[in-house]
Design a protein around this ligand. Sequence first.
Ligand code: PEP
Ligand code: MN
Length: 340
Amino acid sequence: MLVVMKQTATPADIERVCEWIKEKGYTAQPMPGAQRTAIGLIGNDGRVDGSPLEDMPGVAEVIYVTNPYKQVSREWKQENTIVEIAPGVRFGGTEVPIIAGPCSVESESQILAAAHAVKKAGAVALRGGAFKPRSSPYSFQGMGEQGLKLLALAKRETGLPIVTEAMDEAGAELVAKYADCLQIGARNMQNYSLLKAVGKIGKPVLLKRGMAATIQDLLLSAEYILAEGNSQVILCERGLRSFDTTSRNLFDLTAIPVVQSLSHLPIVADPSHGTGRRDKVLAMSRAAVAAGADGVMIEVHPHPEKAMSDGAQSLTPVQFTDAVLQLRRIAAAIDRSIAS
Ligand code: PEP
Ligand code: MN
């Protein structure tokens, strides 16, 4: 439930509403806006009778949030949330940042070559997994903390902020020491203890949609993070399992405008996992920007044929450079720009 205050409401009016909410056993979250303050009632998943509030001084209206996700919804907050993962690297505004880098950190030379190449081409954040959730226990599992240290080195050399995956609750604090933005992978979208942990850590989170998750599931998972007091969440569409094996996943472009209508959180597109094939990544990157994605995440490897994971969907630096040039033109056509 959301209590919208009048423009003329005094601090005492706001306090009175907060007290009423607390007396009922809920948490009151005042959210000062440009025009007026709204006060969120947090902690109920059913309907609270807010009619006594309507008569209180300073109250303009009481809005019942009808969606099961509350703080994540547009009903709760109308204006876009801007998530800034590093100074100037913002998701959710008119600029469209590009995150790029290899699927996994594999060696010092590999991650440095990737970082320099994607920076030169126009990426504003570096990705790369140090802890990899692989379908097979026999596949490369990532370099672990050594990989995080190499990401830190790449950041020192290029200035690019780091987006990297935290795979479990126990490891989240460690990853957070190195990451500017913590990635939660598709396989972990409903790992609720991990979601709570990254909510408490408070750093920006890139939450990937599960491969068989509905948009409501995705938004409810984001709600777990916001419920811990962390509103710095970027959602990510990365493709769904489908009956058609022509591509690795079925990239759900529609999710972009759908999420934007339901939620104030930014949504980025991952056409690399979305298609699984290098020759399809450019087309789906262009489509994602045209559809209004608030960012794009693209896997780029200095030598994709030697990649230890996801080589088939990784662009070469040359291909990525061309992709960024094309994305700039697409962004301009919809009055946005690729962040630089
Ligand atoms: C990744 O980003 O490399 C990754 C493992 O993605 P997903 O969780 O979407 O499969
Ligand atoms: Mn990958």
